[in-house]
Ligand binder design. Sequence first.
Ligand code: TYD
Length: 222
Amino acid sequence: MSRGVLIAFEGIDGSGLTTHSRLLVEWLNSMGYKSLWTKEPTDNSPFSGLLKSLLRRGNVNHFSLGLLFAADRMWHLLEDPSLPGNGIIGALSSGYVVVTDRYKYSSMAYQGSFTGIDYIWAINSRAPRADVLVYIDVPVDLALKRIEERGAIPDIYEKRELLTAIKESFKTVLSHAKKEGALVIEVSPVRGDREMPIHTVQNEIRNRVVEYLKTVKETTRA
Ligand code: TYD
């Protein structure tokens, strides 16, 4: 039986998760790994529309929001018909390297900042751990600058105090993830006070991910 690999990208808003996760998938495919990109919150579950409007309006408690993210996640894992074999679990059992732009660790850091991590951990207990968690550690100032430049309507978390608290809670989340057995790869787009080019950060991610993939014999190659 082939077994795939689950790679989750995590970080605060404005940390470049989408850019780096997509570039990684393109590159893995060019290297002969059967890889696919996906994201949370999903765009096509029965919960996506509701989640997105709540994220704009912010008039809901974080316990309920955590449950909705968990519901969206279980659908993503078990049912999402856009993934081969239906859902992340299906894609993994077909041997894919599944790269997800956010996963249960976002729930722990975002909703968990308000509810406590244990509650979020419990309601996500059926979501398997990621094999690899790529954490992009971006300073809050840079994240806010990028969010402003993006020009989209900000969601409820895109404020300095909240992103600072969420960044802090990611530290605890990473240690939970390590204890659960995930390989945590931490990268930063900033050295000293200089912002690194995308390709420098991406190369570091590629090297560390491929080093891991080479140790996983069962991963199918296309
Ligand atoms: P984001 O990655 O910005 O998705 P999109 O590109 O579709 O807008 O995620 C939206 C927001 O949701 C972001 O602020 C992080 C937050 N979020 C949580 O609070 N909990 C979660 O479990 C997930 C997956 C995301």
